[in-house]
Design a protein. Structure first.
Length: 420
């Protein structure tokens, strides 16, 4: 049975939303204002035809669009797309009770995504399948190219396919994490478990045939032909296996430039959830930095890079789980500013500690609109006010974004307690 519905708006995942007598209906790949024919499956609709297209509808750039789950919105014209994506942040702030201006969306796609996770599966009795997952399903969509990837990942799909074939005998699902570095492809495998000598040799042969810089299995190096390095400010960073990177080089540069501008004149800075030092290594050229993170390998790579940077000050590092042991107000008292870039869940415990502190300036980088809005509300209730909140798009055609913000304390602690 089919229905004809009118799409009212795009939702948080980029799907079209229609109000029907049976309730709200979510229609992936439909656009606001369109009249569409769908097959209804509960509260989801399968798009069959666009009967009245939106004036903002354009052609998709990828032949796998609507099958591959990597992109949610490819057919929306750039201006409408930017307005929708900025609107996701505006809506999240509003729901959290945060009144603040939001800057226009900054396009930081640059050359494209420099990191990708390919999935490999061996169906019963079948050949190895390698690609991306179908949207909201466990089916693999095999691909030969991806237009949102950095050109340095041009051979990544063929390499992932060769690696999956080398381990096909294990019949295990694999995640193949590929990062583009200055030395070539850096690959970390998840899923194969401990390797036997035969599997290890097959992997080495595949990596050599595809000129992989480094190949690791669950973070344990199998083969390293060249050190996988990236330039971060004045430092040359050697990535730990599977280390987190900002999605695009352009996105990293945009965020770093904003962080440095926000910290002008500050002498002592805490970098929380510092990772490999995306910001700390650059800040160290101008200020004393102490970096905190729970990942020891990332901090050790940061420290090594810092010591090798001739014009930077060595970064102090401290391994600490900030979710369970946030820096307390007394520990924050000596810092002129705090930079934090937490995972998608945000940093609720740390934000409460910051809210109770006297830190004059907080630079927050976030990758989820809802958790950012929650954390912003905590700071603002304690007397901080945002100078800027800016969405940055390094996840083109998806609902994901980075958010840069700068908060300054506007109410003294003593007065704030009287008001509370």
């Amino acid at each position: 049975m089919t229905d004809i519905v009118t799409i009212e708006r795009l939702g948080q995942r980029g799907e079209g939303i229609a109000q029907t007598p049976q309730g709200r209906l979510y229609v992936p790949y439909a656009l606001a204002g369109e009249e569409v024919r769908v097959t209804r499956e509960g509260e989801r609709g399968l798009l069959l035809d666009v009967l009245r297209p939106s004036p903002d509808r354009i052609e998709a750039i990828c032949p796998y669009f609507t099958r591959c789950g990597g992109c949610a919105v490819q057919t929306l014209a750039p201006a409408a797309y930017a307005a929708w994506k900025r609107g996701l942040l505006v809506a999240a702030l509003s729901l959290a009770g945060v009144e603040a201006d939001v800057a226009p969306l900054l396009d930081a796609h640059g050359q494209g995504r420099r990191r990708a996770t390919f999935h490999a599966r061996v169906p019963d009795g079948g050949r190895t399948e390698v690609g991306f997952m179908q949207a909201r399903a466990h089916k693999i969509i095999e691909i030969d190219a991806c237009p949102v990837l950095d050109p340095r990942l041009g051979q990544a799909i063929a390499t992932a396919r060769a690696i999956a074939k080398a381990l096909a005998g294990l019949a295990k699902p694999l995640d193949i994490i590929v990062s583009a570095t200055d030395a070539g492809l850096d690959i970390d495998l998840r899923g194969p478990g401990k390797l036997g000598e035969a599997e290890r040799q097959s992997l080495v042969e595949a990596a050599l045939a595809h000129d992989v810089a480094r190949l690791s299995n669950h973070g344990i190096i199998v083969l390293e032909r060249r050190r996988p390095v990236l330039r971060m400010g004045d430092a040359l960073l050697e990535l730990p296996p599977g280390a987190f990177l900002q999605a695009t080089e352009a996105g990293e540069q945009a965020l770093a430039a904003r962080v440095l501008a926000a910290l002008q004149g500050d002498k002592r800075v805490a970098d929380l959830f510092a990772g490999v030092g995306t910001f700390a290594l650059r800040i160290a050229a101008h200020a004393d930095v102490e970096a905190f993170d729970s990942e020891r390998a990332a901090l050790e790579a940061l420290s090594k890079a810092s010591r090798g940077a001739a014009v930077s000050r060595p970064v102090e590092i401290q391994t600490r789980d900030l979710f369970h042991r946030p820096l307390l107000p007394a520990e924050l008292a000596d810092f002129d500013a705090v930079v934090l870039d937490p995972p998608r869940a945000g940093a609720e415990a740390q934000m409460h500690a910051l809210a109770a502190s006297s830190v004059p300036k907080i630079v927050s980088i976030a990758c989820d609109a809802q958790s950012f809005a929650r954390d912003a509300a905590i700071l603002m209730a304690a007397g901080y006010r945002p100078d800027i909140i800016e969405p940055i798009d390094q996840f083109r055609f998806s609902a994901h974004m980075e958010i840069f913000s700068l908060f300054r304390r506007t109410l003294p602690k003593k007065k704030r307690r009287l008001l509370g």
